[in-house]
Design a protein around this ligand. Structure first.
Ligand code: ATP
Length: 343
C-alpha cells in the first residue's frame, strides 16, 4: 500500500531550481533511498516531507491525506539529523524519553517504552551515560532510538552514516537495515553514497538536478539503468556513443556493437553501457592494447586502450591477472550484458 505520494513537487531558491517537478510513491514498510550528488535537491525534498520547508508547487500525501498545511510537529514523521542533535546534558535514557515527555505521556509508559527501545538498539547497559561518553556508532543508535520511540509512520534519515568511519559505517548499514525490518517503520534515507543506498534500500530514487532520473530496486538500477547519468553514477561502466539499432548500437568509430535495447527506442541517440565485469579479453567486437593491470586480491582490474577512444576500456577479471601491459587483446561482451541508455 502506498504510504507517501509525492506529486510534481517544485522548489526554487532565487535562481536555483532545487526540485524540478518530483513525483514519487513510497510504499508502507519500505526502506527507500534518495540518492544523488551534492546539490541534486535530496535534502530539500527530505525537509519538505518533514515540514521544515515548503514546496512552491505540488502535493505530498500521507495515506491519502494532504500534508501541505500540517505543521512539522503534528506530522507522524520523524527526522534524524546528520549530526544526530543529541542533548549533551541529558543521559542516553533522558535523550530518548525527551520526546515522549513533551507529549505528556504517563511516566510508567515512558519508562517502559524507553527500556524497550534501549533493548532493541542494544544500549540497555548505557542508559545512564552521556552522549560524549559514547562511540560514534553508539550515538547513532541513541539518535535512532529517540526517533523510533515515538512510533512515527515515517522516519527520515539525512546522511545517517556520514559521521562514522568506514568500518563502523558498514556495520551500521547492516544494523540499520535489520532494525528497519524489525520495527516495520517506513524509512526514507538521503545519501550521496551509492554503495550505501545499494546495500540498504529496497528501492532507490536517483536524483539529478532536482529531477528523478530512475526509481528501481538496486539490482535493476545496476543491471538496467535507463540513463547515462544513472549508469555512470552507480558502479563502474564503459560507454560508447551512437544510434540505437534493432540489435545494439551503431557507432561511427566501431560499427555495430551488441547490446539490449533497454529503455531506448530504435533510431534515437544513445549510449551503450557495459560493466567491466561483463567484458571478456578473448576476442570480440574491438581490439586494443593492455595499458595497466592492478591486482586487488579477488579481482584484477585491466585498462585497455582502444584506438579512437579517449578513455581506456576497463575490464575486471576474477582472481590473478591473466594479461600483462603491452599485450594485444580482443574485447567482447554478450548482447544481453550491455544495455542502451538515454543520453
Ligand atoms: N535555503 C536555501 N537557500 C538557497 N539555496 C538553497 C537553500 N537550500 C538549498 N539550496 C540550494 O538548492 C540546491 C539543492 O540543495 P539540497 O541541499 O537539497 O541538495 P542536496 O542534494 O541535499 O545536496 P547536499 O548533499 O550537498 O546537501 C542546491 O543548489 C542548494 O545550494
Amino acid at each position: 500500500m502506498t504510504l507517501l505520494s509525492i506529486s510534481q513537487v517544485r522548489r526554487r531558491f532565487g535562481d536555483v531550481v532545487a526540485l524540478d517537478g518530483v513525483s514519487l510513491d513510497i510504499e508502507e514498510g519500505e526502506f527507500f533511498a534518495l540518492l544523488g550528488p551534492s546539490g541534486c535537491g535530496k535534502t530539500t525534498l527530505l525537509r519538505i516531507l518533514a515540514g521544515f520547508e515548503t514546496a512552491d508547487e505540488g502535493t505530498v500525501l500521507l495515506s491519502g491525506n494532504d500534508l501541505t498545511r500540517v505543521p512539522a510537529h503534528q506530522r507522524p514523521i520523524n527526522l534524524m539529523f546528520q549530526s544526530y542533535a543529541l542533548f549533551p546534558h541529558l543521559s542516553v535514557a533522558g535523550n530518548i524519553a525527551y520526546g515522549l515527555q513533551r507529549e505528556r505521556l504517563a511516566k510508567p509508559e515512558i519508562r517502559q517504552r524507553v527500556a524497550e527501545v534501549l533493548e532493541r538498539v542494544g544500549l540497555a547497559h548505557a542508559a545512564k551515560r552521556r552522549p560524549q561518553q559514547l562511540s560514534g556508532g553508539q550515538r547513532q543508535r541513541v539518535a535512532l532510538a529517540r526517533a523510533i520511540v515515538k512510533r512515527p509512520r515515517l522516519l527520515l534519515l539525512d546522511e545517517p552514516h556520514s559521521a562514522l568511519d568506514r568500518k563502523v559505517r558498514a556495520e551500521m548499514q547492516l544494523w540499520l537495515k535489520e532494525l528497519q525490518h524489525e520495527v516495520g517503520i517506513t524509512f526514507v534515507v538521503v545519501t550521496h553514497d551509492q554503495e550505501e543506498a545499494m546495500s540498504m534500500a529496497d528501492r532507490i530514487a536517483v536524483l539529478n538536478h532536482g529531477a528523478v532520473e530512475q526509481v528501481a530496486d538496486p539490482v535493476t538500477l545496476y543491471g538496467s539503468p535507463t540513463t547515462h547519468f544513472v549508469a555512470d553514477f552507480i558502479g563502474a561502466n564503459n560507454f560508447f556513443e551512437g544510434k540505437a539499432t534493432a540489435s545494439g548500437l551503431n557507432t561511427s568509430d566501431f560499427g555495430q556493437l551488441p547490446a539490449r535495447a533497454g529503455a531506448v527506442a530504435e533510431g534515437s541517440k544513445a549510449f551503450l553501457a557495459v560493466r567491466p565485469e561483463q567484458v571478456t579479453l578473448n576476442g570480440g567486437a574491438l581490439s586494443g592494447r593492455v595499458l595497466d593491470v592492478s591486482f586487488y586480491g579477488g579481482l584484477s582490474r585491466v585498462a585497455v586502450s582502444v584506438d579512437q577512444r579517449d578513455t581506456p576500456v576497463l575490464v575486471h577479471q576474477h582472481g590473478a591477472p591473466r594479461v600483462a601491459p603491452g599485450d594485444t587483446v580482443g574485447l567482447g561482451w554478450a548482447a544481453e550484458d550491455a544495455v542502451l541508455v538515454r543520453p
